[in-house]
Write a protein that binds this ligand. Sequence first.
Ligand code: AMP
Ligand code: MN
Ligand code: MN
Ligand code: MN
Length: 289
Amino acid sequence: MIFDLHSHTHFSDGSLSPAALVARAKAQGVNVLAITDHDTIAGLEFAQKAALDEGITLISGIEFSGGWGKGGVHIVGLGLDVNSVALSAAIKFQEDSRNSRAQAIAERLGKAGFSDALLGAQALAGEGSIGRPHFAQYLVAIGAVKNINAAFKKYLGAGKSADVKYQWPTMSQIIEWVHQAGGVAVLAHPAKYALTRTKMCAMISDFAQAGGDALEIVSGYQEQSLTNDLIRIATKHQLHGSCGSDFHYPDQPWQELGRFSPMPNSIPPVWELLGYNLPLSDAQLQTIQ
Ligand code: AMP
Ligand code: MN
Ligand code: MN
Ligand code: MN
């Protein structure tokens, strides 16, 4: 059984439609998929239709942007009631934040000589939630930089000219939103915030204190030593474990759907907490490693 509980569609900064993502997950041998677009669930309805056709189990999901210390933190919500009023209000709040941050980013880019950045990024985001990757794609499209990575390095990344310090909600606030919607809260990719190990441990501790449920133990390709370390930290804080590819684009083999080392069975898996009725017997769940 392969659970991939972190992936993106073109409703945020991924490149595939929900239906194409579901089909690709199926082809990659994924049995249970969560779509976790940044601050939106707009793709889930389309994905659910495709999942029924493909015979793959879909778990509702979202990846909320939050703030911790001087930087950002991502919290994945899984198994949410998509009709939750609290969830709709949270998404509206984040959408407004993303729109005003996009304006601030565009102003900075305007000062750097890119006067049409807002319209360009908005066109690329389409009906999806707008983010820095859309500005990066725009800068690539007009030939200002070679690739998306270079756009982050030169303009959009931490400390660069178009890096807007944004006041995102706290971890407590996001965990509350997720719980109000009946979901479980997962601290995403703890090793990808460019923190020292001490700071990473403090972030995980704060997350657990705030009522968080699980830690993403495996995020795409990673070293076994990191997996082992994260299991130790999660166990200390009585957090469950989650795993996912964080898939965005087909041409990134280190973030391919279903392609990550299995989550060791030395930690209780997050799917034990999901209110979602997985079509699995307890015996089948026991064999997952
Ligand atoms: P945002 O939520 O708008 O701040 O954008 C964050 C997203 O940008 C992340 O989810 C990544 O997909 C992407 N990202 C962040 N840093 C980089 C980078 N250095 N190179 C490429 N993509 C990045
Ligand atoms: Mn992303
Ligand atoms: Mn993330
Ligand atoms: Mn992600």
